[in-house]
Design a protein around this ligand. Structure first.
Ligand SMILES: N[C@@H]1[C@@H](O)[C@H](O)[C@@H](COP(=O)(O)O)O[C@@H]1O
Length: 261
């Protein structure tokens, strides 16, 4: 696992957007797995700016979703489908055809989960999967004690995650669905490159456990330790509880520029 400590969220967004741009230059039809939440917004803004400036052609990029609320209408402004279309697909100048996600409105949710789990490898597999992290260490919506081998499935949100996400629902926890579909941890680990961005002091404990703690289902993001190409980008605040922070800074400062993320 590579840990990169950046000054702030903007710097993290720029660094990851450049890695995504470099991937698209090598592989124009790359399948990019995107995450929701507030953390990845600087990445999407920086990538869209590169597209507008002509620094990268994203016209053949494909986008896939990590997770989805169950039961929200697809056109609800806070369904993750709507969020990803608004924050990623449209700003990159792509059409909804280039986008895939699990169907949170399906009558047979289990079948929808299995279909999405099969659709990802059928599309050639995810080239780069962006991840945020919940305050409890969740990735996607894999709450603590999710199996590290889990596949795309339905999960029940913890009270903490519903409280955290209520800000997207007028601050009203009652509007936050209880159930979600999420790529499983085993599914996420199949992506070729995992890139997790965490910013702010509120993520410092989860980051320290992810990077320096034991691999444990209690901290789902710690599964990144099992992946051969995982990059964790953190700002100074989110890095504040890392014991090896100086080592990570030293390693990155001395990394050859050609290596990229
Ligand atoms: N399912 C999403 C996660 O993918 C995201 O990482 C997390 C953190 O969100 P934020 O970046 O807003 O803190 O929120 C939700 O639970």
């Amino acid at each position: 696992m590579e840990v990169v400590i950046v000054q702030d969220a903007q710097a993290g967004g720029e660094l990851i957007a450049e890695a995504m741009a470099a991937l698209l230059r090598r592989k124009p039809g790359a399948l990019l797995g995107v995450a929701t939440g507030s953390t990845p917004l600087p990445i999407y803004e920086a990538l869209a700016a590169k597209v507008r400036a002509g620094a990268v052609d994203a016209s053949r990029a494909r986008i896939c979703q990590l997770d989805e609320y169950v039961g929200l209408p697809a056109d609800h402004p806070e369904s993750y489908r709507s969020v990803v279309l608004r924050q990623v697909v449209e700003p990159l100048g792509l059409t909804p055809d280039s986008f895939m996600g699990p169907d949170g409105t399906a009558e047979d949710v289990q079948a929808a989960c299995e279909a999405y789990d099969r659709a990802l490898p059928a599309a050639g597999g995810v080239d780069l999967q962006l991840l945020g992290i919940g305050t409890d260490g969740h990735i996607g919506f894999n709450e603590p004690c999710s199996s590290l081998a889990s596949r795309t499935r339905i999960k029940t949100l913890t009270e903490q995650t519903r409280v955290d996400n209520a800000r997207f629902f007028d601050g009203d926890i009652e509007q936050v669905p209880h159930h979600v579909i999420t790529q499983g941890i085993g599914t996420i680990l199949e992506a070729r490159h995992l890139v997790l961005l965490a910013t702010g002091e509120g993520k410092a404990d989860a980051v320290a456990q992810t990077v320096e703690g034991p691999v444990s289902a209690l901290v789902p993001a710690s599964a990144l330790q099992l992946h051969p190409h995982a990059t964790v980008v953190v700002d100074e605040a989110a890095a504040s509880k890392l014991k090896l922070a100086d080592y990570f800074r030293h390693t990155y400062a001395n990394k050859p520029a050609w290596q990229g993320l």
